[in-house]
Design a binder for this molecule. Structure first.
Ligand code: PGA
Length: 247
C-alpha cells in the first residue's frame, strides 16, 4: 500500500546544530519507515542534514523554497540544481509565508516548472486568508491559486497541500481548522483537479496546526494523504508519534 506523507517544514525554528541533532534522532526511528518522511530544514542546515541522513536513508529531504533562476547571475538565490545535487527530492512552493513576502502567482508558476525540470517534486501550497475565509471565498481563492500555478505545468507528479492561512501556527500557537471544514475543501479541490488537470498525478495533503493530537483527524485516504507540519515537526517525539498515528 502507498505510504502516507509526513512532511516536516522546520522553517527557521531550528538552527544548524538543532537540525543536525534532529536528523540524528529521526534516522533511528523505525516508525518513520511506515510513512514517507520528508525533512525540510533551512537551506543553510540542509547540507548537514543530508550528510547525516545519507543517500540511502528512509528519511528524505526537501527545500523550503527555491529561486526562479536555474543558474547564472542571481546573487543570493537558492538553486534547484544544487538542491538536487545535495540529494533533495522535494521542494515547497507557494507557502503562504512566502506569498506574504511578495511571491506572486507568476513566480510560483515558474518555480514549480523549474522544480519539475530539475527533478524535484513540487509541494504546492494553497489556502485562503482569515478574511477570505470569513467572506466565503475559500474556493475562489484556491481555484485562482491553482489555475495560475498550473497553467504552464507539464510535469506528471505534484503534491498539493491545502493550508488555510489562518490555521498556520505561530510557534505552535493558533487556531486550527475543524477537520470537516478542511474535508469540504478537499472534496471541491479534488473535483476541480479531476476536471481541469486530469492527466496530473496529484497527492493532496493538509497543513495548519497539525500535531500528534490531531493528525489522525485530518489524514485519511479519502481526503488528505498526509500532512505538512511546521512547529510540531521540530520535536523528535512528535515526529515519531505523528508517523505512528497515520501509518
Ligand atoms: P504549523 O505550520 O504546523 O506550525 O501550523 C504549517 C506550515 O506552515 O506549513
Amino acid at each position: 500500500m502507498k505510504k502516507k506523507y509526513l512532511i516536516a517544514n522546520w522553517k527557521l525554528y531550528l538552527d544548524v546544530r538543532q537540525s543536525q541533532s534532529m536528523a540524528r534522532s529521526l534516522r533511528k526511528f523505525r516508525s518513520l519507515r511506515s510513512v514517507t518522511t520528508v525533512l525540510c530544514p533551512s537551506a543553510l542546515a540542509l547540507p548537514e542534514v543530508a550528510e547525516i541522513l545519507g543517500r540511502q536513508s528512509f528519511v528524505q529531504i526537501g527545500m523550503q523554497s527555491i529561486g526562479v533562476q536555474e543558474e547564472g547571475a542571481a546573487t543570493g538565490e537558492l538553486s534547484a540544481r544544487d538542491a538536487k545535487e545535495l540529494g533533495c527530492r522535494y521542494v515547497i512552493v507557494g507557502h503562504s509565508e512566502r506569498r506574504a513576502k511578495g511571491e506572486t502567482d507568476a513566480v510560483i508558476a515558474k518555480k514549480i516548472n523549474l522544480a519539475d525540470h530539475s527533478g524535484l517534486i513540487p509541494i504546492l501550497c494553497v489556502g485562503e486568508s482569515a478574511q477570505q475565509h470569513k467572506a466565503g471565498r475559500t474556493f475562489a481563492v484556491i481555484e485562482s491559486q491553482l489555475s495560475h500555478a498550473l497553467k504552464t505545468f507539464h510535469g506528471k507528479k505534484l503534491i498539493i497541500t491545502y493550508e488555510p492561512v489562518w490555521a498556520i501556527s505561530k510557534a505552535g500557537k493558533g487556531k486550527s481548522c475543524p477537520p470537516e471544514t478542511a474535508f469540504a475543501t478537499a472534496g471541491i479541490l479534488q473535483k476541480y483537479l479531476r476536471s481541469h488537470f486530469r492527466s496530473l498525478r496529484v497527492t493532496l495533503l493538509y497543513g495548519g496546526s497539525v500535531s500528534s493530537n490531531n493528525i489522525a483527524d485530518y489524514v485519511d485516504s479519502a481526503h488528505f494523504f498526509g500532512a505538512l507540519v511546521g512547529f510540531a515537526s521540530t520535536k523528535a517525539a512528535e515526529m515519531r508519534k505523528m508517523a505512528k498515528e497515520i501509518s
